[in-house]
Design a protein around this ligand. Structure first.
Ligand code: GBH
Length: 448
């Protein structure tokens, strides 16, 4: 027997686990599904580790009932899952694809049947390729296309789904997708990526406006945030930390939660393509704010002829997850982040939902049972950090583990496993890890 750590648990917190459509579904050619920018990436030779193609991955398109059984066993309140735009609207425009909508409708019914509330994410990085061709998130029109797609989903599921996440981690799409090219669509535009910030926020706001007009819906964005620390106690590193904080955190959260972009010109950055009325729409009251948290970030002033004003460096004196030196394990950084957001945004900060938190560690791919004490320690530390933030007066509604299942980890293919449940990618077989049993016990004890 292993003695695993316990977490101090905030009273009344809801519990959830998360996945994303492209990472778990497989069946990329089934039922009229269209092509997304991630299909384009996996079909580009030499980009993804071990040439993984995300199909069948965890095979959830065919094994959704297995997933629902695992969720029921876990006893979570809700399930955060992704909806694939190109299953619903294969080319990104036009009428809905009945087979795609049926899949999500059946999933919603199956979840409700076992008492798990469905909490979908409308967009988790898989933009229709045709829309990328037309400019992707650099094009303002993509925001309106997203609103059309969301309306198709809401027409079909809105009688049973009441809470919606719009866009997952716009920061990663801007910085990594269009800025440095380490996520789809693999563009390396550096600061030329900045218009994608505004268009994603506009897309979120248009959907929130439409669902609010419909009545009975709560809508929020999900971003990953990170407290930024200077490596050295120098003016140069302090400047680098401010610049990174602006680009990763504040350029997204400020317009939503304070109604204005940070002063980009002060950093020599181009202004956002804001049109009349945009900021009013974007800064309308948010129903909740989804925070994905993995690690703090340490930066230092860039050396030499770097095009960026900062270098990201390993966080000193912190252990790391299996993902490598930038993924430092510092649970109290989550408390710092939440308290910092409350202090910066005050009354404008709505209830916070921790929409992802988790870690990958090296583990045997073929173990009968994965004893993932390192993952349990990571989760226990971060849940306790949420409890500390709640004790400091931050309104946190829900905590979500990334992820229910081992899955396709983007450019890292199947080499990073984040699941509470082990997946054999050859057979689709699911085997709960020790962390699954630990989380189930924590959820049930928190209600005792
Ligand atoms: C999330 O992204 C995604 O929503 C999810 O799809 C993904 O599977 C999951 O996390 C695990 O990766 O930026 O240099 O400090 C997380 C974004 C970007 C957060 C990298 C941690 C660490 C390196 N992550 N970051 S650094």
């Amino acid at each position: 027997m292993h003695a695993y750590p316990t977490a101090s648990v905030p009273r009344g917190l809801r519990w959830s686990v998360a996945t994303a459509a492209f990472q778990i579904e497989g069946s990329r050619a089934a039922d009229g599904r269209g092509r997304s920018i991630w299909d384009d990436v996996v079909d580009t030779p030499g980009v993804i580790k071990d040439a993984a193609i995300a199909d069948p991955s965890a095979d959830s398109y065919r094994r959704a009932s297995d997933d629902v059984a695992l969720l029921r066993g876990l006893g979570v309140d809700r399930y955060r899952f992704g909806i694939s735009w190109v299953r619903v609207q294969p080319g990104g425009t036009g009428p809905g694809n009945a087979a795609g909508l049926d899949y999500y409708s059946r999933l919603v019914d199956a979840l409700l049947e076992v008492g798990v509330t469905p909490f979908p994410t409308l967009y988790h990085w898989d933009l229709p390729s045709d829309l990328e061709e037309a400019g992707g998130w650099l094009a303002r029109d993509t925001a309106s296309r997203f609103a059309d797609y969301a309306a198709l989903v809401a027409d079909r599921l809105g009688d049973r789904v009441h809470d919606w996440y719009t866009i997952n981690e716009p920061a990663m799409t801007t910085l990594q997708g269009y800025g440095i090219g380490s996520l789809a669509p693999l563009k390396q535009l550096l600061f030329g990526a900045l218009p994608t910030v505004h268009h994603q926020l506009l897309a979120h706001a248009l959907v929130a406006q439409a669902l609010h007009a419909d009545g009975g819906h709560r809508v929020g964005i999900v971003n990953n945030h990170t407290p930024v620390r200077p490596l050295r106690d120098t003016a140069e590193d302090a400047m680098a930390a401010v610049a990174y904080d602006v680009l990763h955190n504040r350029v997204f959260a400020d317009p939503l939660l304070s109604g204005a972009y940070p002063d980009l010109e002060a950093f020599g950055l181009p202004p956002m393509p804001v049109q009349d009325g945009d900021l009013e729409l974007i800064s309308a009251p948010q129903d909740f704010y989804g925070v994905n948290f993995y690690n703090p970030t340490t930066v230092t002033a860039a050396e030499g002829d770097s095009p960026l004003p900062f270098d990201i460096v390993p966080t000193p004196d912190a252990p790391c997850t299996g993902f490598g030196p930038e993924w430092a394990i510092v649970p109290e950084a989550l408390t710092e982040l939440l308290v910092g957001m409350r202090d910066r945004y005050g009354e404008k900060l709505p209830p916070v939902i921790i929409s992802e938190n988790g870690a990958s560690f090296p583990e045997p791919a073929d173990a009968a049972r994965v004893e993932d004490g390192d993952r349990i320690a990571y989760l226990a530390g971060h849940i306790s950090a949420v409890a500390d933030a709640v004790a400091a007066g931050v309104d946190v509604e829900e905590y979500t583990v990334w992820s229910l299942l081992d899955n396709f980890e983007w450019l890292d293919g199947y080499t990073q496993r984040f699941g509470l449940v082990h997946v054999d990618f050859a057979t689709g077989e699911r085997t709960p890890k020790a962390s699954y049993d630990w989380y189930r016990a924590l959820v049930s004890e928190s209600r005792a």
